[in-house]
Design a binder for this molecule. Structure first.
Ligand code: ADE
Ligand code: ZN
Length: 331
């Protein structure tokens, strides 16, 4: 099964590029930029990744990104991740990035975009891995700030496929960002939002109704609302589920307890993703393998999941058709 899962052409729809920062690169960039880290060793960093909930993770995630200062840093981060993804048999990544996590530290959007986009070009050329960008807004910061970021991103709109909504979910409902997402739609951008990770099922409904999103990131708590499940099934809204993330952030107790089998049984449009692979114990292949181990799914199920992701990915249709044919032929 492991060889099959590795060979399966996988698209990743939910990956925070800043969450792909491995401790080794964190140390290297800290040294390059003369930044002091509150850790003595790489082992000490890994030992700190023992989370109780989303906020305890976010605290370290924002601290970790402090080493990202120059376009070269963002390039190295992105290239390193796309190389690892390529090793996992990933053919395409829709990457979230968090401009406000950098702007608050005095790092401009131009610096971030220069690094990310040059890595995208090189990964395409050198690895054959395609990618797209999702510019995410931090929902625990003011909506006015998100709007400013959106307006300031206009020079780079041709490099950005969608806007997203992430960070601390509870108490920060999608409704606060209605105008920002309406403006993003007017600017021709697709829309996705984290909802129903730690927050209630109602936030999923708000994201659909008020933000007009085409995908829900996580969405696992939809099961608490049968009418919502029926709607998600009827509309075949894509859920970007991140199983190892859910275990590490204690959204679920363990893999055996994960609602993925229930979500599939309900007829929902499910995809598997890694979220923040450097923090949650593994990338795409590890997430696929964890599902194989926990649920005993057969190859047909994994081909369906890989197909769902390719159909929803922000990629050229000609490439999509080629990759879909490769999934069907993968045995
Ligand atoms: N930012 C990075 N990872 C996230 C997650 N899993 N949920 C919300 N915000 C995030
Ligand atoms: Zn996420």
């Amino acid at each position: 099964m492991h060889d099959f899962l590795k060979a399966l052409p996988k698209a990743e729809l939910h990956l925070h590029i800043e969450g792909s920062l491995e401790p080794e690169l964190m140390f290297a960039l800290a040294e390059r930029n003369g930044i002091a880290l509150p850790y003595n060793s790489i082992e000490a960093v890994r030992a700190a990744y023992d989370f109780n909930d989303l906020q305890s993770f976010l605290d370290l995630y924002y601290q970790g990104m402090s080493v990202l200062q120059t376009p070269e840093d963002f390039y190295d981060l992105t290239m390193a991740y796309l190389r690892r993804a390529h090793q996992d048999g990933v053919v395409h990544v829709d990457m979230h990035f968090d401009p406000q996590g950098h702007l608050v530290r005095g790092i401009s959007l131009a610096v971030v975009m220069e690094g990310l986009t040059s890595a995208q070009v090189d990964a395409d050329k050198e690895l054959g891995v395609s990618s797209a960008l999702i510019m995410a807004f931090l929902r625990d910061r003011p909506a006015t700030e998100a709007m400013e970021v959106l307006e300031s991103a206009q020079p780079w709109l041709s490099h950005i496929s969608a806007v997203g909504l992430d960070s601390a979910e509870q108490g920060n409902p999608p409704s606060r960002f209605t105008e920002v997402f309406r403006r993003a739609k007017d600017l021709g951008l697709e829309r996705v939002a984290h909802a129903g990770e730690e927050g209630p099922a109602d936030y999923i409904r708000e994201a659909l109704d008020l933000l007009d999103v085409s995908r829900i990131d996580h969405g696992v708590r939809c099961l608490e609302d049968p009418a919502l499940v029926a709607r998600l099934r009827d509309e075949q809204t894509v859920l970007t589920v991140c199983p190892l993330s859910n275990v590490r952030l204690k959204v679920v107790a363990d893999m055996a307890d994960h609602p993925l089998p229930k979500l599939l049984e309900a007829g929902l449009n499910i995809t598997l993703n890694s979220d923040d692979p450097a923090y949650f114990g593994g990338g795409m292949l590890a997430n696929y393998q964890a599902c194989a181990d926990a649920f005993g799914w057969n190859r047909d199920t994994f081909r369906t999941l890989a197909t769902n992701a390719l159909q929803a990915a922000y990629m050229a249709d000609s490439r999509r058709q080629q990759l879909l044919a490769q999934v069907t032929a993968c045995n």
